[in-house]
Design a protein around this ligand. Structure first.
Ligand SMILES: Cc1ncc(COP(=O)(O)O)c(C=O)c1O
Length: 341
């Protein structure tokens, strides 16, 4: 079976596991694990932040950021379809006890007029807005890349309104490799988290970055949340291998784009196939039932697909899909969409 549910399904390669065996270890609670310390420095220097903290997951990085940047009852601006709001199991309500305020957006790009209006209105008779959150790449629209200029604008808006700017960069390396100039997020964001365990292909872990004070506080919260770890170089070494070998993400873009360019564009059961330039291909359907039939047909043809909503199926390309499998994926899609639904 070719598993395209997500880019989280990859297995560590032999080369990655060899790095794990060689890793120097210590107790990270005493800040004595050299592999973790060096990974935190490597990532924060790469992206222009003062400091970094290795955390268990993207969710932990996002939620620690909200805990630090806001107080209960205050608000976090986000897009209606963001991960931090919709897919983190209510963690913000549970932990920081903030609420979200949605702003109109297209593929993760905020409507700037609505944003200014909302910030202006919040000054009177409304909860205090403390955080502006953004997501790059933007998952719900199919892995869209936010223009770096937009990120700079959001940073300026945050600064001039006394808000903290947080970036959920779970898949940010897909965006950075596409536009290598756009790496200096430390200049523009108060905090950023990215995941090693998605397209980058490591089994566990995310990096949270910010200034020194932010990271000191984040270390405290990580402990409170049960995320303090010991000889964690075991997993940080796999993460280090993943980030140093990140260029393969561009091959994943090519696989997704090749499939998108090769599938039959007529006589299909889905009404749109959309490709947003990274490693995902989304198919939207008129009804959840037709999506389910398509999903089953793909499975009969050895392709496991994922759902983003009941009527939107996603195929996510990753390092464990070989370029030689592109043809069979195209054939499976063409077969599944030629069936009467
Ligand atoms: C955009 C985005 N942010 C955050 C996360 C959370 O990452 P994790 O699953 O490591 O908690 C995900 C996971 O899929 C994601 O897609």
């Amino acid at each position: 079976m070719i598993d395209l549910r997500s880019d989280t399904v990859t297995k560590p390669s032999k080369e990655m596991l060899e790095k794990v065996l060689e890793a120097e270890l210590g107790d990270d609670e005493y800040k004595e694990d050299p592999t973790v310390n060096s990974l935190e420095d490597y990532c924060s220097e790469l992206m222009g932040f003062e400091s970094g903290l290795f955390v268990t997951s993207g969710l932990m990085g996002n939620q620690i950021s909200l805990l630090i940047h806001s107080n209960p009852g205050e608000e976090v601006i986000t897009t209606k379809d963001s991960h931090i709001k919709n897919y983190e199991h209510g963690a913000a309500a549970f932990l920081s006890r903030t609420q979200f305020r949605d702003i109109e957006s297209t593929s993760g790009v905020y409507d700037l007029d609505s944003l200014s209006e909302t910030i202006k209105e919040s000054k009177v008779n409304k909860p205090l807005i403390k955080v502006l959150a953004s997501e790059n790449t933007h998952l719900a629209s199919g892995g869209s890349i936010l223009p770096f200029e937009h990120i700079k604008t959001l940073s300026e808006i945050s600064k001039s309104n006394g808000l903290k700017f947080h970036m959920d960069g779970a898949r940010i390396w897909h965006a950075i490799l596409t536009d290598p100039q756009s790496i200096e997020y430390g200049k523009y964001c108060d905090s950023l988290t990215f995941c090693f365990s998605k397209g980058l292909g490591a089994p566990i872990g995310s990096m949270l970055m910010g200034d020194k004070n932010f990271i000191n506080e984040a270390r405290e919260y990580r402990k409170k949340l049960g995320g303090g770890m010991r000889q964690v170089g075991i997993i940080a070494s796999a993460a280090r291998y993943a980030i140093e070998n990140r260029d393969h993400l561009l091959e994943d873009h090519k696989k997704a784009s090749d499939v998108n360019n090769s599938i039959e564009k007529d006589n299909r059961s889905f009404h749109t196939a959309s490709y947003k330039g990274t490693n995902m291909l989304f198919f939207s359907f008129d009804t959840p039932d037709s999506a389910e039939i398509f999903r089953k047909k793909l499975e009969e043809n050895n392709i496991i697909s994922g759902f983003i909503k009941k009527d939107i199926i996603r195929l996510v390309f990753h390092k464990d899909v070989s370029i030689n499998e592109v043809n069979s994926i195209v054939e499976a899609i063409n077969y599944s969409s030629s069936i009467d639904i």
